[in-house]
Write a protein that binds this ligand. Sequence first.
Ligand SMILES: N[C@@H](CCC(=O)N[C@@H](CS)C(=O)NCC(=O)O)C(=O)O
Length: 201
Amino acid sequence: MKLIGRYLSPFVRRVAATMQWVGLPYEHHSLSPADDADALRPFNPMLKVPALVLDDGEILVESSAIIDTLLQGVPNQTLLPASGLARRQVLQQCGIMTSALDKSVSALYERVKRPEEKVHQPYLDRLIAQAKAGFDQIDAQIAAGQFGGIQNPSLADLTAAVGFTFAQKMMPQACSEQDHPALAKLAQAFEQTEAFKACRF
Ligand SMILES: N[C@@H](CCC(=O)N[C@@H](CS)C(=O)NCC(=O)O)C(=O)O
């Protein structure tokens, strides 16, 4: 399989960390939507990452759909429960975290893609506040023992860890060790694993 996109993207990296965690090998093509548009277009004409090329050539997009497909092929995997409340909880936790990451990426783009005089500060402030509201929820859930952590990880733990590493570097107004201590501690534990080191941010 070929994974398309840079580990700078938390969406690419959550796919990579999941594949590393369950031992699925892949070839990494580190393409940037901004700098490698021509090379990326055949994999995703919308110029978004991640994309995953399966061994038969089929191309998947959207990190959640990619991970769901991959994990279905891993017997006895424990990252994403098959059904019921347990599955719903993991998917909701992932949903909150990926929404916070979506808002963080939008806030980042608002700053880096526009000329300074065209940045609309109230919209930027709203994006940052929306992102922070998501990270706050995840931090509270981790502190309340609702995540498995390094001992009993789910896809939500991997996503939270990848997301914190990205957001605290790229969007510190929304996510920081000071404001999100439980999330920071969880991320530090995962970043020390071989799976995470193999797809370093
Ligand atoms: N919902 C998507 C989000 C992917 C996403 O936003 N990727 C960003 C990089 S972090 C991207 O490709 N941005 C390029 C663009 O939107 O122009 C997923 O989970 O895969």
